[in-house]
Structure formats: structure tokens, C-alpha cells
Design a protein. Structure first.
Length: 199
């Protein structure tokens, strides 16, 4: 079911709901929470629509710090102010910190084991596939973007080439391609407002 057909987004019931929801999300995030955050927040919790998720995720990516942490702070702060942001962040970090400390102690003893190295390489491949799946799913949110599908795809390909092939620094990519995308979107929105058309 298309999340945009689900109607208005729901809201967290309380700070405790924020904490336990993000805690559960973090505990599912083997290989990275990014791969499942959209499914949990959009499809299951319905705290965000797919379009809202794409917009919030764009902001979370350009801010300093881990993307998912930024997103948790934004959602918590939006609903309950700084206490909600703190509850969401605590939920995202508490269990993973404990697990990582335990695993670090275990892996430190068996780091040279061939079976462990093979398992880690396998997990890396699965994680890459999950992230690719999320990227393709998020492309649905640009179908009705003011720039149109071709401009959005062009910016996506240019960003991939700049980061993966040309090895541009991320700040340079954000300032150049990100700035161009923002400027072009602003121009199209202004044109749409002048002509009185709607999406």
C-alpha cells in the first residue's frame, strides 16, 4: 500500500513511546538502521508519510552527525520539544551501545578467526542490498516532485558520480549539487505560484 494513500501521519503517544519505538528500531538495525527506518516510521508507525520521510531524511543527511540520530532528534523534538528529542535519542543509542561494547570484547578475542571474517563480509553484502532497496523505495517520493522525475534522476546520478567516481568531498557535493537542486526547486515553485498551478 502506498504510504501517501494512508492519510495524515500519526503521532507518537508519549515520550516513552518515542523511546521504546526507537529502541526497537535500533535493535533491528543490524548492518545499519537506515535499511529499516523507512519501513518502521512510514509503513508501520505512520509517524511520517513517504514524502515527509524523504524531506526529513534530506535534512538529516546534510546536518553533521549520524543521519538516523538526526532524524530521531527531529521527530522527537517536533512532537515533545527537547525532552522528546532526548527520549528518541536515548532510545536510538542505549541498547546499541551496550551490544557494541559486548561484541567488541568478543570480536577482539576472535578477530583473526576465518569464520568470523567470512561472516562479517557476508553481513556487509546484505547491508549493501538493504540500503539499495531503501534507495529504490525512496525514489517513489520524487514522482510528484516539482522538478520532475528526469531532473531528480539527473541530480541523483550526478551525486553518485561525484561521490563514488570522482571522490568529491561531501561538503563540496552538498554546496554544488545540493545548492543547484535547491535553487532550481525554488525557481520552479515560484513559477508555479505565479501561474497558480498545483502539483
Amino acid at each position: 500500500m502506498d504510504p501517501r494513500a494512508q492519510g495524515p501521519a500519526c503521532a507518537p503517544r508519549s515520550r516513552a513511546d518515542l523511546f521504546w519505538s526507537f529502541n526497537a528500531l535500533a535493535l533491528q538495525g543490524f548492518g545499519g538502521v537506515l535499511a529499516i527506518v523507512q519501513r518502521e516510521l512510514v509503513d508501520k508507525k505512520r509517524w511520517l508519510t513517504l514524502d515527509q520521510f524523504a524531506e526529513d531524511w534530506a535534512v538529516a543527511q546534510v546536518m553533521p552527525g549520524p543521519n538516523v540520530m538526526n532524524l530521531s532528534l527531529m521527530i522527537g523534538g517536533r512532537h515533545f520539544g527537547w525532552t522528546g528529542a532526548a527520549a528518541a535519542l536515548a532510545g536510538m543509542t542505549l541498547a546499541p551501545v551496550i551490544i557494541v561494547l559486548v561484541l567488541a570484547a568478543v570480536v577482539g578475542q576472535y578477530a583473526e578467526a576465518e569464520a568470523l571474517q567470512g561472516a562479517m563480509r557476508g553481513l556487509a553484502a546484505v547491508s549493501a542490498g538493504m540500503i539499495a532497496s531503501l534507495s529504490l523505495r525512496m525514489m517513489r517520493s520524487v514522482r510528484d516532485h516539482v522538478l520532475g522525475l528526469w531532473w531528480c534522476a539527473g541530480f541523483a546520478l550526478a551525486t553518485f558520480a561525484a561521490v563514488a567516481l570522482l571522490r568529491w568531498p561531501l561538503l563540496g557535493v552538498l554546496l554544488s549539487l545540493g545548492g543547484a537542486a535547491v535553487a532550481l526547486t525554488h525557481r520552479r515553485l515560484a513559477q508555479r505560484a505565479r501561474t497558480g498551478t498545483t502539483p
